[in-house]
Write a protein that binds this ligand. Structure first.
Ligand code: ZN
Ligand code: ZN
Ligand code: ZN
Length: 371
């Protein structure tokens, strides 16, 4: 898999080690999840038994692995990277083992997704070590995507675009959101995703709830439908795209909302380039909606970063003065939500390039009228 080849992973571990030292940390402690996958390529099962990558600020990384998981760890890119495996038998104390690997540590960082039970057990096993969240180190690395990661996001975008190309065929008056959602989920897998992460089919008034997923509401002629869908590719990289559909004749207000929204979304995408701040991109979309008196109805941020997780840094939101750099990937997804009536959202994943923007989603943006 291009996105997880060994040179790319080796470089990530080297950068993580340097960033750990620079942050004044003695070690990073990383349990199964997106951070472990990012740093080692190992997509370990999240078990109650401790698996933990130890990245010391000085010295070589190693990984604590339950004895029964050793074959899986060795078969993963942990083997290719020749990361030392410290295995622990079923009745041993893996927390004491982890502590013994970094006896001098006074400042450690645990990954942002580590289970609380493991965080607390590590704290008890190394009472001299102050714990911080590893996000401050790892998010900075994950946010700046390599060419192989961008390629993986482009592939994910193509896959979800192929699903949106079929959605109009699933929508019909008389079907429920849940029935349509089941067809979409099948199509997400058929398009090459390894998993379905979410399927939002928000018809009519349900569209006014941004994260409404599926219900037994029966689709009716005149409904507009928000379809926001995503999955994870075998590479580990995620897709996420929203398009708008209408069954028969949409209301004049829905059409008018869509017109402004298309303009706001396109302008925000076109504004993406190195040197812009995250909040400036958010403001581009927000000001266009505000000028049309829709500002109050745009109740969420403009976007979120995406990669091995659907939501990660950088967040495209007011107050985030982070400056965009080449390789940052995120959504642009302004929306308009009218309680009791309908909602509208248009979402693409984009990547900041050396001189502008790369679009990972390339389906038409206008309201698709399903006859
Ligand atoms: Zn969301
Ligand atoms: Zn999104
Ligand atoms: Zn979405």
């Amino acid at each position: 898999m291009a996105s997880t080849d060994t040179p790319d992973l080796k470089a990530r571990l080297t950068r993580a080690t340097a960033a750990t030292a620079q942050a004044g940390l003695d070690a990073l402690l990383v349990s199964p999840g997106p951070d472990l996958r990012y740093l080692t390529g190992y997509d370990a099962i999240p078990l109650e038994r401790l698996t933990c990558l130890v990245v010391p600020a000085r010295g070589e990384p190693c990984i604590v692995v339950p004895e029964l998981e050793v074959p899986a760890a060795e078969a993963s890119s942990v083997g290719d990277l020749s990361i030392r495996i410290e295995s622990w038998p079923e009745t041993a104390d893996p927390y004491a083992l982890t502590a013994s690997l970094i006896p001098e540590a006074r400042q450690v960082a645990v990954d942002d997704h580590m289970w609380a039970a493991k965080v607390l057990a590590l704290r008890d096993a190394m009472p001299q070590a102050h714990q911080r969240a590893a996000g401050e180190v790892i998010q900075g690395l994950r946010m700046r995507k390599s060419a192989a990661e961008i390629e993986a996001l482009v592939r994910a975008g193509e896959a979800i675009d192929a699903v949106h190309a079929q959605v109009a065929g699933f929508l019909r008056p008389g079907r429920t959101e849940r029935e349509v959602g089941a067809d979409i989920a099948d199509a997400i897998l058929a398009a090459g995703h390894a998993t379905v992460d979410f399927v939002i089919v928000a018809s009519g008034p349900n569209g006014a709830s941004p994260h409404h997923e599926l219900s037994d509401r029966v689709l009716r002629s005149g409904d507009t439908v928000v379809v926001d869908i995503g999955g994870t590719m075998p590479s580990g990289y995620c897709s996420d795209s929203t398009r708008m559909y209408a069954l028969g004749e949409p209301s004049a207000q829905a059409v008018a909302d869509m017109e402004v929204l298309e303009h706001a979304q396109a302008a925000a995408v076109e504004a993406v380039r190195p040197g812009m701040t995250c909040e400036a991109i958010d403001a581009v979309a927000r000001e266009i909606l505000a000028e049309a008196d829709l500002g109050e109805l745009f109740i969420h941020r403009t976007g979120h970063g995406i990669g091995l997780e659907t939501h990660e840094e950088p967040y495209i939101v007011a107050g985030n003065q982070r400056i965009l750099e080449p390789g940052m990937a995120f959504s642009i997804e302004p929306g308009v939500y009218r309680a009791g009536s309908h909602g509208a959202r248009i979402e693409d994943i984009v990547v900041c390039t050396e001189d502008g923007v790369l679009r990972c989603n390339n389906r038409p943006h206008e309201l698709v009228i399903v006859a």
